[in-house]
Design a protein around this ligand. Structure first.
Ligand code: TRP
Length: 491
């Protein structure tokens, strides 16, 4: 047995199921409902989706277990937990650098996540007002042109003070719950809001499946076309898998630290990954049938949930009510995720500065507010600001997109590679065996994935995604015949 380093009076989840709900709450969020359909549509559907599922199983799940394991052993903020695992393995404390990187990245994600959270609040307002005006039974936005509905989002983007106000409002709610602590704040949100989310979500999915163009959506999401699987698509898929599972940036390490010794981490990781992936796929199966039935484009990207879906609600009976329910549900899911994004840096500031929780929460909150304003304004006032113009794959990105791109496509894969090397090669094997809750063959498979498969695969995907031209050359050299066929198919 390797002793755990807990200090006795630390905060923690009140039960194993509270941990699972909170972790599922962290994973399920805007990433599933908004980012997954957008990314799937922008990256051509089936190839992206199937590669995403492959990434969840082969990379996401093993990394998830590695992260909660580090957290549970360390019982502290992410960098400190890594340092304690390193200490108990006689390794260098310098490894804590990937914990610190993760905390920083979580802070960056929080800042733009709350901007999108603000849009969700706006749409709750829009549908509530519409329900009031047009009544219960008809479709939403009666008598209005589709272009009017589509223009709601650009209209919001054009109103800088409203964008900033909504962003700060969403952030303030997040700060409120995190400041209250683990069991009476974060856990409360998860225990009350996640079940409500699931009820509403099931209703919408069933509605989408029965009333939309379900067959076309299934074909779109699950038809594998190898020629569409480029380096960029692969990196986008792995980034989406990490974003959706809250991985690579200290989120799950932080939550793992509040788990009790009795929690079986292997089993719990399986539940978290399974629930998150199921919600993402079902969200795709709810949104795309409705979009196809309304004859709209699948590649609408970030506009899919905020523009295409509201147009589709227009044609539905009870449209305003369903729209209202939908955005309330997305709000719940987003809040249980934003609290986890805030908790990672808060735990760090609280530990490092020996500060009371509310003070630490407020410090991080103010920082996220300042960065968030820049993101909120990057859709109009600062639209021409290209902070990463010097990096080819981010050359076109505004401030918001740059933060999203850098965190999902650089911080997360790099953080995960370091996590795997640390857990697979550096940490004491007995300590790891002791924590992971896996036995026999499963243990061996997990170990092999963490030591070899994940770091190698991630490095290849990272390089292929950052240097797409080189990747294409290498791919065609590796397989000259299929490449020729690909060329023909594409041409
Ligand atoms: N997984 C969340 C979502 O899908 C977002 C999120 C919450 C997250 N916590 C995180 C992403 C930590 C990365 C790291 O909406």
């Amino acid at each position: 047995m390797v002793a755990s380093s807990g200090s006795g009076q630390r905060e923690g989840w009140s039960s194993r199921s509270a941990f699972i709900l909170a972790a599922v709450g962290s994973a399920v969020g805007l990433g599933n409902m908004w980012r997954f359909p957008a990314e799937a549509g922008e990256n051509g559907g089936g190839a992206f989706v199937l590669f995403y599922i492959f990434c969840v199983l082969l990379i996401g799940l093993p990394v998830l277990l590695s992260e909660v394991l580090i957290g549970r052993h360390g019982q502290a903020s992410a960098p400190e937990s890594v340092r304690r695992v390193a200490r108990d393995s006689n390794a260098s404390g310098g490894w804590s650098i990937f914990g610190s990187m993760g905390v920083f990245a979580a802070f960056l994600i929080l800042s733009f996540y709350c901007v999108v959270g603000g849009w969700v609040v706006y749409y709750i307002g829009v549908f509530a007002a519409d329900l009031f005006q047009t009544g219960l039974t008809g479709g939403a936005f009666e008598g209005r042109e589709a272009s009017d509905i589509e223009n709601l989002l650009p209209g919001l983007f054009g109103n800088g003070s409203l964008m900033v106000g909504l962003n700060l409002g969403f952030l303030a709610v997040t700060v409120f719950f995190v400041a209250r602590g683990i069991s009476s704040g974060i856990e409360w949100v998860a225990v009350y809001l996640m079940p409500m989310f699931f009820v509403l979500f099931l209703g919408i999915t069933i509605y989408g499946a029965f009333s939309g163009n379900f067959g076309e959506a299934v074909a779109y999401l699950f038809t594998f076309d190898a020629s569409k699987l480029t380096g960029e698509v692969m990196l986008a898929a792995v980034g989406q898998a990490f974003f959706s599972l809250s991985l690579g940036v200290a989120g799950m390490m932080t939550y793992g630290a509040y788990a009790s010794r009795e929690t079986n981490l292997g089993e719990t990781s399986g539940v978290i990954a399974g629930a998150d992936t199921a919600v993402a796929l079902l969200a795709g199966l709810a949104i795309f049938p409705i979009v196809f039935a309304a004859g709209l484009s699948a590649s609408a990207g970030p506009g899919l949930m905020f523009q295409s879906l509201p147009i589709a609600f227009q044609a539905m009976p009870f449209g305003s009510l369903i729209g209202l329910a939908f955005f309330i549900m997305v709000f719940f899911a987003a809040l249980t995720s934003s609290v986890s994004l805030l908790e990672a840096p808060t735990a760090f500031v609280k530990d490092a500065g020996k500060l009371p929780r509310p003070v630490a929460t407020l410090i991080v909150g103010v920082g996220a507010a300042i960065l968030g304003v820049l993101s909120a304004l990057s859709f109009n006032e600062m639209a021409d600001f290209r902070p990463l113009a010097f990096i080819p794959i981010f050359a076109e990105a505004n401030f918001f997109d740059a933060l999203d791109g850098v965190t999902a496509k650089l911080f997360m894969p790099i953080g995960a590679i370091l996590t795997c090397i640390f857990v697979g090669w550096v940490a004491d094997a007995r300590l790891i065996d002791d924590e992971n809750g896996l036995d026999g063959a499963l243990h061996q498979i997990w170990r092999g994935l963490v030591r070899y498969v994940c770091p190698i695969l991630l490095t290849v995907i990272l390089l292929a995604g950052i240097f797409p031209e080189y990747a294409e050359t290498v791919f065609s050299l590796l397989s000259s015949e299929p490449a020729a066929e690909l060329g023909e198919a594409a041409g």
